[in-house]
Design a protein around this ligand. Structure first.
Ligand SMILES: Cc1ncc(COP(=O)(O)O)c(C=O)c1O
Length: 389
């Protein structure tokens, strides 16, 4: 059997962790970009009922189930105070697909897309797959890893078509304030650049509340494409449901693309997403409180290790500590974060992602959206191993 080599180092680490587990090794995975909890049972039950409904065994609309698009439009209104209808929403195969469709609509002819660096490699991949040209916008720890008007202006060229902003961001956990979003929108309008806002982690903001571009810069509504999905908030990464919301031309272009390629997102998973978004919001708030406590525990444990510098992320599901000082000591011949991550996986039994995967050598990404027992064990192993390394 031939296996396709994917250019996603995060999946490669998870695959190696699976191999080691198959050999009987006890591996704790903090490398995945997903909650380790199962999808909530009300959502699974709704999908089970959908399987038994013959209405859902046939073709549906390319844009997605009207009921789901209505609920998404209502949810965006609840979060941003801006009014949308079902026709402004396209249901996609996850947020990554929505990103791909958005970029294909505005930059398919090699137009440049400005993307935070370090950042999530999926943004870059979605741009390349859409025929666009990814361009790095340097962000750094001193500025909380946030894209600013100055950094955008430095990366801008006459071929720039769009900027992608994720808030909270992966892997840095940075969260944009309303003022920062508004300033970026003003810049984008001046430079005639599309704003593609990726709010996939919006349920997980731990300091203050999530600011949305739609709310911060209503004047940029005609230049804003918002993407989101159920993957992270409802532990539904495998179900593949997301959406794109934006101006009519963009939604029409993207819907035509969906119709010509995948026809539409499977109806059973759309029903599951409908149930997810209609769930009691206090369930999601409780998940966010649990993650916040895990974030705090993780940061505290890592800060106690000499040579590890762990910023407190304002949101998201990851910590992104620097291990540069630890590596500089070169106590056991390990000199890069890639080597350190490999050693942690093979010898210590904890899978983490090296910063190299995000364009940030000298850092490690660890997901804290894992169960308390696993997190405690992982932090114990990391403390012992990194203190001795
Ligand atoms: C910033 C960001 N956007 C989008 C995604 C992908 O989301 P989905 O599973 O909905 O495609 C991820 C997954 O890691 C992410 O980190």
């Amino acid at each position: 059997m031939t296996t396709v080599k994917l250019d996603n180092p995060i999946f490669a680490i998870s695959a190696r962790a699976d191999e080691l587990r198959a050999e009987g090794r006890d591996i704790i995975v903090l490398a995945a970009g997903e909650p380790d909890a199962p999808t909530p049972s009300n959502i699974v039950d709704a999908a089970r009922r959908a399987i038994d409904d013959p209405e859902l065994h046939h073709y549906g609309e390319a844009s997605g189930l009207t009921a789901l698009r209505q609920v998404v439009a209502r949810d965006v209104f609840a979060k941003t105070g801006t009014t949308w209808s079902a026709s402004d929403v396209l249901v996609t195969l996850g947020t990554k697909h929505a990103l791909h469709l958005a970029l294909g609509s505005v930059a398919h002819d090699g137009g440049e897309v400005l993307i935070a660096h370090p950042g999530w490699p999926g943004h870059r991949g979605a741009a390349i797959a859409a025929g666009a040209t990814p361009v790095d916008v340097g962000v750094d720890a001193d500025h909380n890893f946030l894209v600013t008007v100055d950094s955008l202006e430095r990366s801008w060229t006459p071929r720039s078509r769009a900027v992608i902003l994720a808030s909270p961001a992966n892997p840095t956990g940075s969260v944009y304030s309303r003022e920062a979003l508004s300033a970026i929108a003003t810049w984008a309008l001046t430079r005639d650049v599309w704003l593609i806002v990726d709010d996939i982690y919006d349920a997980f903001v731990y300091e203050g509340t999530h600011a949305s571009m739609l709310e911060a810069a209503p004047e940029a509504r005609e230049r804003t494409i918002s993407v989101n999905g159920v993957s992270k908030a409802y532990a539904m990464t495998g179900w593949r449901v997301g959406w794109l919301l934006g101006p009519p031309d963009i939604v029409s272009t993207a819907t035509r693309h969906v119709s010509r390629t995948i026809t539409h997102v499977p109806l059973i998973t759309q029903i599951a997403a409908l149930e997810a978004i209609s769930s009691d919001p206090s369930d999601l708030a409780q998940t966010a409180r649990r993650y916040r406590a895990r974030r705090d525990r993780t940061v505290e444990a890592l800060r106690a290790i000499v040579g590890v510098d762990c910023p407190l992320p304002d949101g998201g599901m990851y910590v992104f500590p620097s291990v540069r000082e630890l590596l500089a000591e070169n106590r056991s011949g390990i000199t890069t974060s890639a080597e350190l991550a490999s050693w942690l996986l093979e010898e210590v039994g904890v899978a983490v992602v090296p910063g190299e995967a995000f364009g940030a050598p000298g850092r490690l990404r660890m997901c804290f959206a894992v169960g308390d027992v696993a997190l405690t064990a992982a932090l114990g192993r990391l403390t012992t191993a990194l203190t001795a390394v």
